[in-house]
Write a protein that binds this ligand. Structure first.
Ligand SMILES: Nc1ncnc2c1ncn2[C@@H]1O[C@H](COP(=O)(O)OP(=O)(O)OP(=O)(O)O)[C@@H](O)[C@H]1O
Length: 572
């Protein structure tokens, strides 16, 4: 398949805002893609890796500009001027190819395979001279591209495609291209995606084996599953009523840490975050704790990783550390053993998703029994750099007799945890879904996780710092970010300095003191209320937002959704 055909797909996607039309364009491309299907499922979204693969190309806009100049011979100031005018280096690249004066190598054709494989390769360059090799490789692609092809190659390299294709569109397009496109087909594709997290696997399976083959796709060890998410309970009584099955509800601490999925296969233990990132290397203590405790040969567990102060970790009354402290461990790449002693952790496991066979369709109560059966004993030990391992204490109550749950809620808060989880004992595990059968009860107006999309230098004392951050939520329908307000308080100078450095490294375009950034940084913010507003493209504005912390464990697509902001607005 030639890249020109894909360019046509991008053009058609950019020219419509209708989700159904986008779905049909993508479905058509999938149906015609032959051997390129696995590449197209990521490329149509302007990506190169599936969601669970966090590899990055390591391509900055500066480096891309250099590649465009090398490939085309166009004058730098003119290319920069085009870039400034349009805010899109892709457009500037198209102009450079057209007007650069360098002969395009018409003898070669840019194929989808070459673009995909060539760009993916950039992620593998390491060490000395890797930047130069990236420039050369990218320049190689641009030098055989038509102007339109260059536009999309550059946008893909920078991760700036923005053709408004979300995961829902890919799912629906697979259902249309290879099944009958009806609601059942969409559900079958969705389910297959939730357990595999890989649209390439799902699309090829649907194409080659239809609905039956999709249904056979299952959980696999070391391929992380999307986490089941909770809905918010407005009160204990309401939560108990909503989560009840046959008059019973399970209740547990809502531990305050990082969601962790633990895969055990023979001697191998791997840990994944909610973003499906592999963090095994950062938590050797947790790996050792699992090795000591687990008796099941093969298993996947779901749990919460909580950091506690070193002084209290070994006692009965542990004090959790704040989330920012714990996230230092996630980011840490060297001295992990020393850091593990500074911020010791306990893994509180609360679910078992696999123990040789998939348990996703089993009721929660049964899964908990399997969890217990997978361990001999779980004695926390903290000497010798071994983390603690505990199974979440769980109990059941009737909604008519809520006192024991109310007491545990109080206790959880007193001990520095977040609140209570209420679980329907009959609920199956629904990966990636917020379903009313898993509820969380927390005392405050819930903070939002939002993405920084633009930032402005402050006036006065903090004039060297990007103190005004424009925040956006995620519109899952269109795969776009929509602004919901501007943040300027809650951070210390040190926190803001760190944020400024990080955002500067993500800068794409500038207009005076305003900097547009790659949407990578997710912040947790609290706020007084949500107002409707015409100032931001979400239609909402957060009133008095305040910085609570950086959510290192979340990426832009994990930010709170526009749908959620809608419902919080309605609930006020
Ligand atoms: N016993 C428990 N059972 C299930 N989840 C728990 C438990 N204790 C803590 N958690 C955490 O609570 C989260 C449930 O809330 P939700 O799915 O809404 O996550 P979230 O968006 O990160 O919200 P929050 O900021 O409230 O944690 C889980 O992702 C998990 O990390």
């Amino acid at each position: 398949m030639e890249h020109t055909a894909l360019v046509d797909v991008y053009d058609r996607l950019s020219s419509t805002s209708s989700n159904n039309e986008k779905r049909d364009v993508v479905a058509e491309a999938f149906a015609e893609s032959d051997a390129h299907l696995w590449r197209l499922v990521v490329l149509v979204r302007g990506r190169l890796f599936p969601a669970h693969d966090r590899r990055e190309l390591g391509v900055s806009s500066r480096l891309t500009l250099e590649a465009v100049l090398t490939a085309t011979g166009a004058p730098e100031d003119e290319v920069r001027e085009r870039w400034r005018q349009t805010g899109d280096l892709g457009d500037a690249a198209a102009w450079a190819v057209e007007n650069g004066g360098q002969q395009t190598l018409f003898s070669e054709t840019l194929t989808v395979g070459r673009v995909h494989d060539g760009l993916r390769e950039l992620a593998d360059f390491e060490g000395d001279g890797s930047q130069g090799r990236r420039v050369d490789a990218l320049a190689g692609l641009v030098s055989v591209a038509t102007p339109d092809e260059a536009r999309y190659v550059v946008r893909t390299a920078l991760g700036h495609m923005r053709v408004g294709v979300g995961e829902g569109t890919i799912r629906d397009a697979i259902a249309v291209a290879f099944l009958d496109g009806g609601d059942d087909a969409v559900s079958a594709v969705e389910r297959a995606y939730q357990v595999t997290n890989d649209f390439a696997v799902v699309a090829e399976t649907a194409r080659d084996g239809g609905r039956d083959a999709l249904a056979e796709l299952d959980v696999e060890l070391f391929r992380p599953i999307q986490s089941m998410l909770a809905e918010k309970a407005e009160s204990l009584a309401e939560g108990l009523a909503d989560a009840a099955a046959d008059g019973r509800v399970r209740y547990e601490y809502k531990y305050d840490g990082i969601r962790i999925q633990v895969h055990v296969g023979g001697d191998d233990v791997r840990l994944f975050t909610r973003r499906l990132e592999d963090v095994t290397a950062q938590f050797p203590d947790v790996v050792r704790a699992m090795e000591r405790g687990v008796t099941a040969e093969n298993a996947i567990f779901d749990g919460e990783l909580v950091g506690y102060t070193p002084e209290t970790i070994a006692g009965d009354d542990r004090t959790p550390v704040v989330f920012q402290e714990l996230s230092r461990r996630v980011k840490r790449e060297s001295d992990v053993e020393a850091t593990s002693r500074e911020i010791p952790v306990v893994v509180h496991l609360f679910d078992c998703l696999y123990d040789g066979e998939t348990l996703l369709d089993d009721p929660a109560a049964e899964r908990y029994e399997r969890l217990v059966a997978a361990f001999d004993s779980v004695e926390p030990e903290f000497d010798d750099g071994v983390a603690g391992l505990e199974l979440a204490t769980t109990a059941t109550v009737s909604p008519d007799d809520p006192d024991p749950a109310a007491a545990l809620y109080e206790e959880a808060l007193e001990r520095g945890h977040e609140g209570l989880m209420l679980k329907n004992p009959d609920a199956t595990y629904q990966p990636g879904r917020r379903v009313g059968r898993l509820l969380k009860l927390k005392p405050t107006m819930e903070p939002l996780d939002v993405v920084v999309v633009r930032a402005k230098y402050s006036e006065g004392r903090r004039s060297e710092l990007l103190g005004r951050l424009y925040l956006a939520c995620y519109d899952a329908q269109s795969d776009e970010l929509r602004e919901v307000g501007r943040l300027s308080t809650g951070y210390t100078d040190d926190e803001l300095r760190a944020l400024t450095d990080r955002l500067e490294s993500l800068a794409t375009t500038r207009d005076g003191r305003l900097v547009e950034v790659d949407p990578e940084v997710v912040l947790e913010v609290e706020y007084e209320e949500i107002q409707s507003s015409t100032e931001y493209d979400s239609g909402y504005a957060l009133r008095f937002p305040r910085f609570l912390g950086v959510r290192e464990d979340l990426g832009p697509a994990d930010a709170d959704t526009l749908e959620r902001v809608d419902s919080l607005f309605d609930a006020q």
